[in-house]
Design a protein around this ligand. Structure first.
Ligand code: ASP
Ligand code: MG
Length: 443
């Protein structure tokens, strides 16, 4: 069995869906289970509709509906296939407009239409093209989540529930096309696993069903040495470990959703990242242990719009338990820390700039320890590689290249056994820094 997840760009329109059709055809002997995103741009359109509705626009759903209709039309789907969903969108828009509020629950309900309509359109088209398919809302196949709207997780036991449901409900002669991204809680309310979360759904489904391999179909030749939208000379990485992939995903390598690695790690299922536009390319395979003799470095990743908090305190001198107190405050305020550097009298850490509200809550408490300064518009820039710690001179090369380009480094973090050398720089230096490092390390 093979779980194949297709992203929004892979199912953007008929031209792309025809490529997906051809790819799935080549996997028919391996019992494919397809997990699909919404057509490209649909989730954004639906979320925009919810926000517009909250500010009183009672026709806010029409643009998203038109977008979906255009794809369904190209695919030759009967109007009746999706008409009930268009009605539901209009009802939800009116509800939000009445309440004048688009809360997380409403946003999840609205966003869910993208995947729910896409799987129906795709299954209908596939069936007419000779691959008998059935469309599934994932909650009808045992995928029940907690009630953390906008970032839901499946409930324990979902794996058995899914296996049983798929065995019992999916006709043996059809390819199931399952919604990514969405779920339902036990009360039957719609949730989502978070933006760009269809990868995560894909690996969760793969883990539940005991897939031999999980294929993530996207629009690059696998995971690249840097973001192809920023750097011209990027190369595809043939293989990497789960740990490397997790580092890269966390630092915004826009190929994999950060959580998507864990379900595969847990069941030790290889994840292969492939290009829908170039299916013959082997892409990147992500596994527990890679072959010997790989190069020291895998790739460069970055995450911008970060905030750095720095606490300077003489209380730290010779004190035991100081850091524990600091991180107790951080933890209680729900601030998610990515990078840390400490010295005898100061500690600096980074968090996503989006967490600034939580951070402000923490700062009041942190001020009891010493002087607290927050810097914003910062980027975490990382060099990731399996043999970083065992290879001499990489730090020197990285720092020399950045200094040669006139780029200032605010913070550095590198641990024993680390596969990630990370630095903090100004957002405005990021494009230049990535290009400089890529040239110095990979070209
Ligand atoms: N459609 C969802 C989004 O755009 C999930 C995904 O594409 O992975 O966030
Ligand atoms: Mg981030």
């Amino acid at each position: 069995m093979v779980v194949m997840k297709f992203g929004g760009s892979s199912v953007a329109d008929k031209e792309q869906i025809d490529k997906v059709l051809a790819i799935v055809r080549t996997r028919l002997g391996r019992k494919p289970v397809v997990v699909s995103s919404a057509h490209k741009g649909m989730t954004n359109a639906l979320i925009a509709a919810a926000h517009a509705a909250a500010s009183g626009d009672t026709n806010a759903g029409e643009q998203a509906i038109k977008k979906q209709q255009a794809v369904a039309h190209e695919l030759g789907c009967p109007d009746a296939l999706l008409a009930p969903f268009y009605d539901e969108i209009r009802v939800l828009v009116r509800g939000i407009a009445l309440l004048k509020e688009a809360n997380l629950r409403a946003l999840d309900a609205m966003a869910s239409f993208g995947e729910r309509m896409a799987v129906r359109a795709i299954a209908d088209y596939f069936t007419r093209k000779g691959i008998k398919s059935s469309a599934w809302d994932i909650w009808d196949l045992g995928f029940i989540t907690d009630s953390n709207f906008g970032a839901a997780l499946p409930l324990p036991g979902y794996e058995t529930a899914m296996r049983d449901a798929v065995n019992k409900l999916v006709p043996k002669d059809t390819v199931p096309i399952i919604t990514g991204f969405v779920g339902k809680n036990e009360a039957g309310e719609i949730t989502t696993v978070g933006r760009n979360g269809s990868d995560f759904t894909g690996t969760l489904v793969g883990a539940a069903l005991g897939s031999d391999e999980i294929e993530i179909w996207t629009d690059t030749d696998g995971v690249m040495t840097a973001d192809p939208r920023v750097i011209a000379g990027v190369r595809s990485i043939p293989e990497m470990t789960f740990a490397e992939a997790a580092e890269l995903a966390n630092y915004g390598s826009r190929v994999l959703h950060p959580s998507s690695i864990y379900p595969a790690v847990k069941r030790n299922i290889p994840v292969r990242v492939l290009n829908t536009n170039r299916p013959e390319h082997p892409g990147t395979v992500i596994v527990r242990d890679t072959s010997d003799g790989r190069e020291a470095l895998t790739s460069i990743a970055y995450d911008d719009k970060q905030a750095v908090v720095s606490i300077t305190s003489t209380q730290m001198l010779g004190q035991v338990g100081f850091l524990a107190k600091v991180f107790d405050v951080i933890g209680r305020n729900g601030v998610d820390v990515d990078m840390i550097a400490t010295s005898e009298v100061s500690v600096s850490m980074t968090t996503n700039g989006k967490n600034i509200d939580k951070l402000n809550g923490a700062i009041k408490e942190l001020e009891q320890f010493g002087k607290v300064v927050v810097y914003t518009d910062k980027t975490i820039l990382c060099v990731v590689g399996p043999n970083l710690s065992g290879t001499r001179g990489i730090g020197a090369k990285v720092l020399a290249a950045l200094s040669g380009a006139g780029i200032n480094i605010d913070m550095v973090s590198y641990g024993a056994d680390s596969i990630n050398f990370s630095m903090v720089i100004d957002d405005r230096d990021t494009p230049k820094a990535v290009a400089t490092l890529h040239k110095a390390l990979f070209e």
